[in-house]
Design a protein around this ligand. Structure first.
Ligand code: NAD
Ligand code: GLY
Length: 355
């Protein structure tokens, strides 16, 4: 097991990464507030991993909420079912909510933990690659709105992240690739050496070689933990973690939640951001070609849906959490491995990329 720390003073917490952690009672015990535990999971993950997690919680009063599976269910309506269960079971302020699943379950469970009785203890047990490298760390929680992705939510840090890499064995290949998009993101924005390592190791990662996956998860969490510790509420550099996301969120919202995987949309978004960075003279044509090659090597799509016009993209991109005073801000690359947030892109350049 490898343990990293997210350094947030009194709200600091460990990220445990390793194989077989799911049923290790000693990892949960220090972070459980009291006897009552509510596990939030979904109908796909429950049959695979709920029993193992429950075995780590013997001696506690354990209830569960099994949500329908899919991004299209990441809504306020479905989210309310968590409160129905917490209240029906008479759970008090010293209960603990545990998210068992991917980013959808994690974001919804975390937001419920933030709101139930104004905040109860929360533990993330991520079971997708995407959740292990990104969504379980950093405390962004929330749900989608039909007009915009993740537009309703809260910053609410977990007390611990317990990432059992053995759970990735059952992940569909398409979901593994979607997770690799967020792994590549860290290389593009912060670490050119890691990006090069990912290029070399892509076949091993796609084949789920344990050593390669463990290194990718660890390095991703290190970068994310460092950025979150420096800027928890996204006043500055945390926005860099949204590289590819403004385009990607527009694809997800515009094509109907659940049709494109989040990581797939981010992969295309990163290609679009690289294209725009080249128009600004920051990346060379070779950099853009290399970006596309790396993303293609992760078996991710490179082009947005053909029915999403430039006009529609602009409309969708206007509903983004980085918009300030009505101005769109984008994360672009100065070079491969260095990202900046800019509101200075000429409209005709953006339009050229979208077209
Ligand atoms: P997901 O939660 O939908 O999981 C993907 C699929 O894999 C689902 O069908 C799920 O049931 C299934 N699954 C989960 N674990 C499995 C396992 N071990 N074996 C087999 N199947 C398994 O999607 P995701 O890619 O994990 O997360 C995407 C979500 O995360 C999006 O809603 C996105 O907005 C959010 N997100 C949040 C943050 C954040 O900082 N909070 C960061 C990135 C993404
Ligand atoms: N996934 C972006 C962030 O956590 O800030």
């Amino acid at each position: 097991m490898h343990t990293l720390r997210v350094d947030l003073e009194s709200r600091s917490y460990p990220i445990h990464i390793g194989s077989g952690l799911l049923s290790d009672a000693t990892l949960y015990r220090p972070h459980l507030a009291g006897a009552q535990v509510m596990i939030i999971t979904n109908e796909t993950v429950a049959p695979l991993y709920l029993k193992a997690l429950r075995s780590a919680l013997t001696g506690h009063v354990v209830h569960e909420v099994i949500l329908p599976d899919g991004e299209q269910y990441k809504t306020l309506d479905v989210w309310q079912r968590i409160f129905d269960a917490l209240l029906a079971a008479r759970f008090s302020r010293d209960c603990t909510v545990i998210a068992l699943g991917g980013g959808v379950v994690g974001d919804m469970a975390g937001f419920a933990a933030a709101c139930y009785q104004r905040g109860v203890a929360f533990i993330q047990v991520p079971t997708t690659l995407l959740a292990q490298v990104d969504s379980s760390v950093g405390g962004k929680t929330g749900v989608n709105h039909s007009l915009g992705k993740n537009m309703i939510g809260a910053f609410y840090q977990p007390r611990a992240v317990i990432a059992d890499t053995a759970t990735l064995a059952t992940l569909p290949q398409r979901e593994l690739s979607a997770g690799l998009a967020e792994v590549l993101k860290y290389g593009f924005i912060r670490d050119a050496e890691f990006l090069h390592w990912l290029e070399m190791q892509m076949p091993a990662l796609l084949a789920r070689e344990p050593a390669a996956l463990a290194h990718a998860i660890r390095r991703s969490c290190e970068v994310k933990a460092e950025i979150v510790a420096a800027d928890e509420h996204e006043a500055g550099q945390r926005a860099l973690l949204n590289f590819g996301h403004t385009f990607g969120h527009a694809i997800e919202t515009g094509s109907g939640y659940g049709n494109w995987l989040h990581g797939e949309a981010v992969g295309v978004g990163m290609c679009m951001a690289a294209n725009l960075s080249a128009r600004l003279g920051w990346l060379t044509a070779t950099d853009v070609a290399r970006t596309r090659q790396i993303i293609a090597a992760a078996e991710l799509p490179l082009e947005p849906p053909s029915d999403l016009s430039a006009e529609r993209f602009l409309e969708l991109m206007a509903v983004d959490k980085k918009v300030l005073n009505g101005q769109l801000r984008l994360v672009l690359l100065r070079q491969l491995g260095t990202a900046v947030v800019t509101g200075e892109v000429a409209p005709e350049m953006l339009r050229a990329t979208l077209s």
